[in-house]
Design a protein around this ligand. Structure first.
Ligand SMILES: NC(=O)c1ccc[n+]([C@@H]2O[C@H](COP(=O)([O-])OP(=O)(O)OC[C@H]3O[C@@H](n4cnc5c(N)ncnc54)[C@H](O)[C@@H]3O)[C@@H](O)[C@H]2O)c1
Ligand SMILES: O=P(O)(O)OC[C@@H](O)[C@@H](O)[C@H](O)[C@H](O)CO
Length: 442
């Protein structure tokens, strides 16, 4: 079958195609980690501005393998976003990704980051990409060093991962990495004056693409698209408006402080997602939507948000909390997406501290009993002990910690040692009660 490419764009019918000639776009953004989410989120926002400003094309560098490069390069970087679910629009071919390279191809992204036309570096590298020894941070620091040496001017670095204070977190990792370099002090001085690390909150559910999704893309387009991604119609981006060298005129919400939006998103949406992933998987549900068909789990999700998470939040002025919660539950319940519980459940050792443990601490400090939060963490513990192979960067450590457990305490105590502390005796008691029930129900 013919592949999607610039040449076939004029022949496509019933499909949104770029409102500009992709060949006329120059690169202004370097993106690290060209996963499904980047293609369905930041690249779509950027696609929408390129007709008016063709200087913000994206140069993408994959981070772990060249697989996405191999799928997209033969397609001139073009791919389709297939919206699924209530309110879905037509298939949308995105042209913003103007270059695509493997992690270390042509020496990695340093030369591109040092290009004066580049004014922004963005990242979607998962929670794992922000560990101190992560190769991405090294590549970013090498790029910033090359830019300083080239005197290529200020630049902004925008993390688009689900982390609290993602900009400040990345700045901290970069500073630590600089401190370990021979000429690190000079580089850090330059970064302090010339590089901005705005934080942002990203939101769009983008499941991993399946072979059935690629077949659906081929059928919709009439040509093969090996880079297609599937997404819900909902999309949101809240960005701290603190850039060092300009930014695209994205249709995002720009604000001075993203922290209240970030807490609402991580503690309501992502935390509830994790709760449904672990409890749903233990109940035998393959997808988040299937878990939401179980009235007990849907009730649990609602009560977790309302009773545990909401009291810990300071919301932005005018924030429609009821609408936000309802929308989250409606999005999770949409069966069209097929977001697998196993995908959301992956990397729990990194996600739980971000999504759930802050709520546990805040509620316990207030003298409350965060039962639903404890249920989510207990469900993770039982999931960890009973799923093999486990998709987690410390899977081996988790397996060793849970090997041969025989009682709730012999499961809970070693796993508590591996998580950041929640220093309240009641927390352990709640976990013991929930794991006892979950193990009994299996
Ligand atoms: N998919 C979503 O619904 C969604 C929504 C909001 C935010 N996000 C954010 O985007 C991230 C990526 O999601 P995705 O759907 O694109 O996943 P994906 O599996 O399609 O892509 C993951 C990307 O991260 C890179 N990566 C993985 N581990 C890495 C590591 N240790 N170091 C460096 N790079 C690494 C991969 O190379 C790949 O480019 C999420 O972890 C989250 O922070 C995703
Ligand atoms: O992408 P991850 O693995 O960090 O988390 C899985 C989901 O909870 C997450 O991707 C949500 O779908 C997303 O955050 C919605 O905006």
């Amino acid at each position: 079958m013919t592949r999607l490419s610039r040449a076939v764009l004029p022949t496509l019918r019933g499909v949104r195609i770029p409102a500009y000639d992709p060949a006329g776009i120059t690169v202004g953004i370097v993106h690290l980690g060209v996963g499904a989410f980047h293609r369905a989120h930041q690249a779509v926002y950027t696609d929408a501005v390129l007709a008016a400003d063709p200087t913000w094309g994206i140069s993408g560098y994959t981070q772990r393998s060249a697989a996405v490069r191999d799928r997209l390069a033969p397609q001139d970087g073009l791919y389709t976003v297939l919206e699924r679910g209530a309110g879905a629009g037509p298939p949308h071919v995105v042209g913003a990704l103007r270059e695509i390279r493997g992690p270390e191809e042509d020496g990695g992204p340093a030369a591109r980051i040092a290009d004066p036309r580049v004014r922004l570096v963005t990242l979607t590298v998962t929670e794992k990409g922000y560990r101190p020894d992560a190769p991405t941070v090294g590549r970013l620091v090498a790029g910033l060093d090359a830019r300083r040496r080239a005197d290529a001017g200020p630049v902004s670095v925008l993390s688009c991962d689900n982390l609290p204070a993602n900009g400040a977190t990345l700045r901290g990792l970069v500073a630590d990495r600089c401190a370990a370099l021979p000429d690190g002090e000079r580089l850090l001085d330059w970064i302090t004056t010339s590089v901005a690390f705005p934080s942002c909150v990203v939101d769009r559910i983008v499941p991993a693409t399946t072979p059935a999704d690629l077949a659906a893309a081929a059928s919709a387009l009439g040509v093969a698209d090996e880079g297609a991604v599937v997404a819900e119609p909902f999309t949101q981006w809240v960005i701290e408006d603190a850039f060092a060298a300009g930014r695209p005129d994205w249709a995002a919400t720009f604000t001075a402080d993203v922290a209240p939006y970030e807490a609402a998103k991580l503690r309501l949406l992502n935390a509830t997602h994790s709760l449904l992933a672990y409890t749903g998987a233990l109940a035998g549900h393959d997808t988040i939507a299937a878990a939401m068909t179980d009235p007990a789990l849907a009730e649990t999700a609602y009560r977790f948000m309302t009773e545990d998470a909401v009291p810990t939040l300071t919301l932005p002025p005018g924030f429609d909390l009821g609408g936000y919660q309802d929308t989250i539950l409606r999005r999770f319940a949409d069966p069209a997406l097929g977001h697998r519980t196993a995908q959301v459940a992956a990397d729990g050792s990194l996600k739980l501290p971000i999504r759930l443990l802050g709520t546990a601490r805040d509620r316990l400090a207030a003298g409350a009993t965060p039962q639903w939060t404890a249920l989510a963490v207990a469900a993770w513990m039982v999931y960890v002990a009973t799923r093999q192979p486990l998709d987690d960067p410390i899977a081996g450590t988790l397996a060793a910690a849970t090997a041969g457990y025989s009682t709730p305490a012999s499961l809970v105590d070693p796993l508590l040692e591996l998580l950041p502390p929640v220093p309240y005796p009641a927390w352990r008691d709640m976990l013991l009660a929930h794991t006892a029930r979950l193990l009994h129900d299996r």
